[in-house]
Design a protein around this ligand. Structure first.
Ligand code: SF4
Length: 424
């Protein structure tokens, strides 16, 4: 964690940057681009059942990789549990302790109780699904043994500050990613419409579906309630982005800033993490005087432009200043057009650079190397050679190629880094 040593007494501590990983590749990407900590789910007891949760072997490999790079790993066990869910819980928790995980993310009091009994040494972080919205609720959960609370996403900065002032334990706040239209994920829409339980990790995201109106005496006749010919997405929230509010969140004394998205791509994970990392590193350089009025601190403009390139449904600051209104919803489509797309991931850096393609690539294409910091490096593709040593003029997704560019990629490439381009 960064600190401005010359003004240590008055500069606020820079919070942990906590990043999702739906699989090993995403974990490695998150570490590369600057995560302080990763959260991931095991095969059991975790929401986001479709997120490609980790098997025990993959989890061990991920933990080893993260710990080698000084990054912590927290495991989600945040389902709303039924009695049938407890039969294998103790064994699972003991397994996590043996693997060396750094904490558990829990929302169900029954699971919390078992964790305290079975693995008392493991810190417990309360999941956002527990809906902590006030100081008393925070105090209650700290008294129950949680060391950290992920606060509900429905809080304002003022409320977060009050909870901070009235409680001593660690506070974590979501700063970026998809939002639910229900209270921090407590939602039955998916259960009713698809039979898939959001609170058991199987949400089908029906809040993003397109809806029509049906009059009860005329079944089968669908009346459009539409903003345009594609329909109306009445429950579809824009995505959270609190990048511009980081100075105030840091000044408020939040301990951890969490990014949502275990189901998102490595392009998204890498792109978002490096911008939040750059923003926090920038804040860490500010002198003490700057913190006299955190509202006046402005992040470098290019960071705000870059975050929009990661692909979102539009940006909202949700409840952080005011209650969200209709401007915070997307009524006519599920996703904004993404102007940038991933091209390849660097797999090996020796004399030549081996990349794995994610989209088609041709000679002469203009691409960009996404630096570990907030910089992008424009490149032109000059030659492509497959692993048999044959020169080719076009590569397809999944191909592994040696790539020569102008200027030379080999001079800046690091394994795991991402290449991207503006969509044609
Ligand atoms: S349906 Fe939408 S609002 Fe409900 S839990 Fe799923 S993602 Fe959240």
């Amino acid at each position: 964690m960064n600190e401005n040593k010359s003004h240590k007494a008055v500069c606020p501590a820079i919070p942990e940057l906590l990043v999702p990983a739906g699989n090993y590749e995403k974990l490695v990407t998150a570490v590369h681009y600057g995560a302080d900590a990763i959260y991931l789910g095991g095969k059991d007891f975790s929401l986001r059942a479709k997120a490609g949760n980790f098997s025990e072997n993959a989890m061990q490999a991920g933990l080893d990789y993260a710990h080698r790079h000084g990054v912590k790993v927290y495991i989600t066990a945040n389902i709303i549990a039924h009695n049938r869910d407890f039969s294998e819980l103790d064994e699972y928790l003991l397994g996590l302790e043996k693997l060396g995980v750094d904490g558990l993310i829990i929302s169900d009091p029954g699971i919390l109780r078992r964790a305290q009994a079975v693995v008392p040494s493991l810190p417990i972080h309360l999941s956002t699904q527990a809906n902590v919205t006030n100081s008393g609720s925070a105090a209650f959960w700290f008294e129950q043994g949680a060391s950290r609370l992920n606060l509900a996403r429905e809080l304002s900065l003022k409320e977060i500050t009050e909870i901070r002032e009235e409680n001593r334990g660690e506070l974590e706040v979501f700063v970026h990613g998809a939002l639910c239209i229900s209270y921090s994920g407590r939602c039955m829409l998916s259960n009713y419409l698809t039979g898939r339980d959001a609170n058991q990790g199987s949400c089908a995201h029906p809040c993003r579906y397109s809806y029509s109106l049906v009059e009860e005496k005329r079944p089968g006749e669908f009346f459009p309630v539409e903003e345009d010919e594609r329909g109306t997405y009445i429950f579809n929230s824009k995505d959270l982005c609190l990048l511009e509010k980081l100075p105030q969140l840091v000044a408020a004394g939040v301990d951890s800033l969490k990014i949502e998205g275990r189901m998102k791509s490595i392009f998204y994970v890498g792109g978002v993490v490096r911008i939040y990392r750059a923003a926090l590193d920038y804040l860490a350089t500010l002198p003490a005087e700057a913190w006299a009025d955190p509202e006046e601190i402005r992040l470098p403009e290019h960071l705000l432009m870059e975050i929009a390139r990661t692909g979102t449904r539009g940006q909202t600051e949700n409840f952080i200043i005011d209650r969200p209104g209709s401007a915070e919803m997307l009524y006519n489509h599920t996703r904004l057009d993404q102007e940038w797309e991933p091209v390849a991931v660097v797999r090996r850096v020796e004399e030549d650079v081996l990349v794995e393609l994610r989209n088609p690539l041709e000679l002469g294409d203009e691409i960009e190397y996404m630096g570990r910091d907030d910089r992008n490096y424009p490149l032109t593709v000059r030659t492509m050679t497959n692993e048999k040593g044959e020169e080719i003029s076009r590569g397809n997704p999944g191909n592994r190629l040696f790539l020569q560019t102008e200027p030379p990629l080999a001079e800046l490439a690091e394994e795991v880094a991402i290449l991207r381009r503006q969509k044609r």
